[in-house]
Design a protein around this ligand. Structure first.
Ligand SMILES: [Zn+2]
Length: 415
């Protein structure tokens, strides 16, 4: 017996988690990678696989108003500890992004269920549409539950085929007018804990299998539109052009330089030229700028520098420029005490105390604004994610399962 009065158990079976992940990958991937895009049949197949894994456990499984799947293991009146991640993927995605955290949570539930009545309830959550791959809006289910989803903004979003988000999610039983009902799911929540692959190269570079996460970085995402004059590529002398693409290209270089200077990241991942033909100077160019930094002040400086550079570049080319926010989120630190639990558990297992910021957003980002939240990372081979090549050494995956289980036990005090 332990000091909580519950029997000790054999602990989690990391090999079982890896086996579940491999089966899920077989069921939901093709030769190009994982195809579990949210609100598709393949995603539904993945969700059904999760329900199969939960069969036989003393849990209640249900779907909330925002389309998130929950499996609740009852316990004493000490509130609820929530564990989970997402099953949806980007098109041609990897086998671990999101799915790893969900399958870790399944294994933790299985171990806890075997220990008898717990001092508090534990709920597994599988968040709907974390990636935003189909409609461009990330963190749908988790931000709905956290109360930060802008319903008016998502209602009109359409996929590449012109189908509207509101209509598509309705086919999956999610009604935008009732999303608010999802908010009561986190009533009485003591903690939200998520395991995830790093999706970057830091742990591998430092020779570490796992680590705690300090929080997620702030993001500034803007559409920048340059307006000049469309003109004939042959007949317009060089000194008479108002070439919007040149102004956009100079801005892209400034975004890169500013990120390097502040040790953040900055990306121009999309550009659209009008008319976009070889025989015309582009009279309009729109680019999408994504800037990220763990420090709010540094992020603001990066944004200001990029804006100033775009104005200088526009004026040098005789163009006008305007900035429209597409998505912004502040740096979201995780709960200090919970992060300390993850850090201590990782130190026990690896001998090293390492805490990384997450440069990718996660369901833990909106959750951290509503519930004390912490995350655990496992390494990513070559730092590659959102790609078929995404991988993690199996022993790191198994160590992550052990670390996640120990963390959950400590948080619900059944250590
Ligand atoms: Zn993910």
């Amino acid at each position: 017996m332990t000091n909580s009065g519950l029997p000790r158990d054999a602990g989690p079976d990391g090999a079982r988690v890896v086996a579940m992940l491999r089966t899920l990958a077989e069921l939901t991937s093709d030769e190009a990678g994982a195809q579990r895009v949210a609100w598709t049949g393949v995603w539904q197949r993945a969700r059904a696989f999760l329900r199969e894994q939960l069969q036989g456990l003393p849990v209640t499984v249900r779907t909330d108003a925002a389309g998130n799947q929950w499996a609740r293991l009852p316990g004493g009146d000490g509130g609820v500890v929530i564990i989970g991640s997402h099953l949806d993927s980007v098109p041609d995605g990897g086998w671990l992004d999101g799915a790893y955290g969900v399958m870790c949570a399944v294994e933790v539930l299985r171990c806890l269920a075997a220990r008898g009545r717990l001092p508090c309830a534990v709920a597994l959550v599988e968040w709907a549409d974390e990636e935003g791959a189909r409609f461009g809006h990330s963190l749908f289910g988790s931000s709905a539950v956290a109360g930060t989803l802008n319903v008016a903004e998502v209602r009109e979003l359409a996929d590449a085929g012109g189908l509207r988000l509101g209509d598509v999610v309705a086919e999956h039983g999610v009604h935008l007018d009732r999303l608010d009902e999802g908010r009561h799911e986190i009533h009485g929540a003591r903690a939200y804990l998520e395991a995830h692959i790093e999706q970057g190269p830091v742990l591998e570079r430092e020779g570490l299998p796992i680590s705690a996460v300090s929080g997620t970085v702030g993001v500034e995402r803007h559409r920048v539109i340059f307006r000049g004059q469309t003109a004939h590529s042959g007949a317009t002398p060089m000194d008479m052009r108002r070439d919007t693409f040149l102004a956009a290209a100079a801005t892209a270089l400034a975004v890169r330089d500013s990120a390097v200077r502040h040790q953040g990241v900055g990306t121009v991942g999309a550009a659209r030229l009008r008319p976009g033909i070889v025989t015309a100077v582009a009279g309009e160019t729109a680019i999408l700028v994504d800037q990220r930094h763990p420090d709010a002040g540094a992020l603001e400086a990066m944004l200001k520098e990029a804006q100033r550079a775009s104005e200088e570049a526009a004026s040098a080319e005789g163009c006008a420029v305007s900035w429209e926010p597409v998505f912004r989120t502040r740096p979201q630190p995780f709960a200090g005490e919970l992060m300390g639990v993850v850090r201590d558990v990782c130190a026990e297992l690896t001998g090293q105390e390492r805490v990384l910021p997450s440069w990718a957003l996660h369901d833990a980002t909106p959750m951290a604004g509503a519930v004390p939240t912490a995350m655990l990372f496992t390494s990513s081979t070559r730092g590659i994610s959102h790609a078929r090549e995404e991988d993690t050494p199996e022993e790191h995956l198994r160590l992550g399962v052990e670390a996640f289980y120990r963390t959950v036990c400590r948080v619900i005090a059944v250590d």
